[in-house]
Design a protein around this ligand. Structure first.
Ligand code: ADP
Ligand code: MG
Length: 317
């Protein structure tokens, strides 16, 4: 059985001397990081627990990807540039094949997102991954939840409902990671490039991790506004209606959670430029409503509202 230090050296710590801003990476008591002049640090942590946030039998490569992706999604929602992360891994055993695959998923997303893994911890216990992410934004320039104004257009990146649809696909026995719904659930893409592209255009943003309605409510209450939604405009994930049926697909898009798309409030005059920038990223940006002065969420209809809130109270834990 490899020691804790061998595990760290083999699967986690990669030399990151060449990484910008890393004065000292794994190996000392702390990492030492040098943020860029004139920037603020954006810091967030997310814990993924087996059988709460992902199924125990999920491919390890997906567990590694997902643990980092859900944490990076919060940086995206602030418009921050991702820089560094730390991983606290609680493992039931040192299964080397599993760790190899987990680390491959984690490090591949690190590379693509240009994030350096600068430290962490390894302990024994029920499988759980805590990922702390650090990003940078120009001072004063972060996309906050509280900046939305009445009259802003609400728009969402990508498609909705894939998180819930993929969970249902998994429960129905789908195991092919090429299945678009399963991909959306197990291999979500943090919208980092979109967050940066929209940072100077949008008034506010939040990532849709708890479900559109729940997260829209957070944005509205932080900004002191209400919202008028056009539910027929919601961009549904590929294959969602075929798997769940029309009504449940719409519910999943509204309240399913685990979608990790960005919900942004844009002044109407900024919409064309926002669409233009996301087209360059090959990512749809769909207007789904407007912010209004009157508090509350309007336009979703009593039937959908009742179904949404009863089936998915508050989204995922
Ligand atoms: P300490 O006992 O001082 O907390 P550890 O023995 O936990 O240090 O870790 C030794 C070094 O390895 C530290 O620099 C730590 O940040 C790094 N490290 C530990 N676990 C991980 C991990 N999962 N990923 C990356 N680096 C890690
Ligand atoms: Mg330690």
């Amino acid at each position: 059985m490899p020691s804790e230090f061998e595990l760290i050296a083999r699967f986690f710590a990669r030399p990151c001397d060449a990484e910008p801003g890393v004065v000292a990476g794994p190996g000392d008591d702390c990492a030492l990081l040098a943020p860029s002049a004139g920037s603020e640090l954006a810091v967030s942590v997310d814990t993924s627990v087996v059988d709460v946030h992902f199924p125990q039998a999920a491919p390890a490569v997906a567990i590694g990807h997902r643990a980092l992706a859900v944490a990076l999604s919060d940086l995206a929602a602030m418009g921050a540039r991702a820089r560094w992360c730390a991983l606290a891994a609680t493992l039931p055993e040192a299964d080397e094949a599993w760790l190899e695959s987990f680390a491959a998923g984690f490090h591949a997303l690190c590379r693509r997102s240009r994030v350096a893994l600068v430290g962490g911890d390894v302990t024994r216990g029920p499988l759980s991954l805590s990922v702390t992410v650090h990003g940078e934004v120009p001072a004063g320039g972060a996309l906050r939840r509280s900046g939305a104004r009445a009259g802003d257009i609400l728009a969402v990146t990508g498609t909705l409902g894939g998180g819930r649809g993929g969970l249902e696909a998994w429960q129905a026995g789908v195991r092919d990671l090429d299945d678009p719904l399963l991909r959306a659930y197990l291999l979500p893409e943090p919208r980092l490039a979109a967050g940066e592209a929209l940072r100077e255009l949008a008034h506010a943003a939040i990532d849709v991790s708890d479900g559109l309605l729940a997260d829209l409510q957070h944005l509205c209450s932080a900004s002191g506004v209400g919202a008028s939604l056009a539910p027929e405009a919601l961009p549904l994930a590929d294959g969602l209606t075929a798997r769940l049926g029309e009504a449940a697909a719409r519910e999943a898009a509204l309240a399913g959670g685990d979608d990790y798309e960005l919900l942004v409030a844009l002044p109407p005059e900024a919409l064309p430029e926002a669409e233009h920038r996301l087209r360059a990223l090959d990512l749809p940006l769909t207007p789904i409503g407007r912010l209004v002065a009157e508090p509350g969420i309007h336009g979703i209809g009593d039937a959908v509202r009742a179904a949404g809130w009863q089936h998915f109270p508050g989204g995922t834990p």
